[in-house]
Design a protein around this ligand. Structure first.
Ligand SMILES: [Zn+2]
Length: 159
């Protein structure tokens, strides 16, 4: 897995234009229940990955980035947040507009990554409607719940 994560990180660096990391983040597979508890304050949500500022990316253990492109794209997305946190995010205020800007960049990279593999997946489409009231995320903790809009996307994510 370490090698796969190194490859995914190089995609994140190349497509975001952000500086390469000095050290790799740790990717930790966790249960859906753990993600709901930590990333969604215990209220059921469709979270797939979570990056609270630090060195750890939490990933739903049902995702298989080794064999599933969409799952690997979620890792790339989270790695962009890691890179942002190491560089640009440090100088941004912890407010809604910054959070939305960082999310848009991460989704842009994720879409580009999928396109390079010839897959069009409308990830982050819900971002178009994100206003700054519902988008406020304290401390820039980024959780990914917007993987497509429909139930079929959820199934695809688990193929
Ligand atoms: Zn995100």
């Amino acid at each position: 897995m370490t090698e796969l994560y190194a490859i995914l990180m190089s995609w994140a660096v190349m497509l975001s234009g952000l500086p390469p990391p000095e050290r790799m983040p740790e990717v930790v597979p966790v249960s859906h229940g753990y993600l709901v508890e930590t990333a969604c304050s215990g209220r059921e949500c469709k979270v797939m990955g979570w990056f609270p500022p630090g060195n750890t990316i939490y990933l739903d253990q049902r995702l298989n980035p080794q064999d599933n492109l969409l799952a690997s794209s979620i890792v790339v997305h989270e790695m962009v947040h890691y890179l942002q946190h190491q560089s640009v995010a440090k100088d941004l205020p912890f407010d809604c507009l910054s959070t939305v800007a960082l999310e848009r960049q991460a989704y842009g990279v994720q879409r580009e990554y999928l396109l390079r593999y010839g897959v069009y997946q409308p990830v982050g489409v819900s971002m178009h409607n994100v206003g700054c009231q519902e988008a406020a995320v304290p401390g820039l903790a980024a959780k990914e719940t917007l993987i497509g809009d429909s139930a079929s996307d959820r199934h695809r994510a688990q193929d």
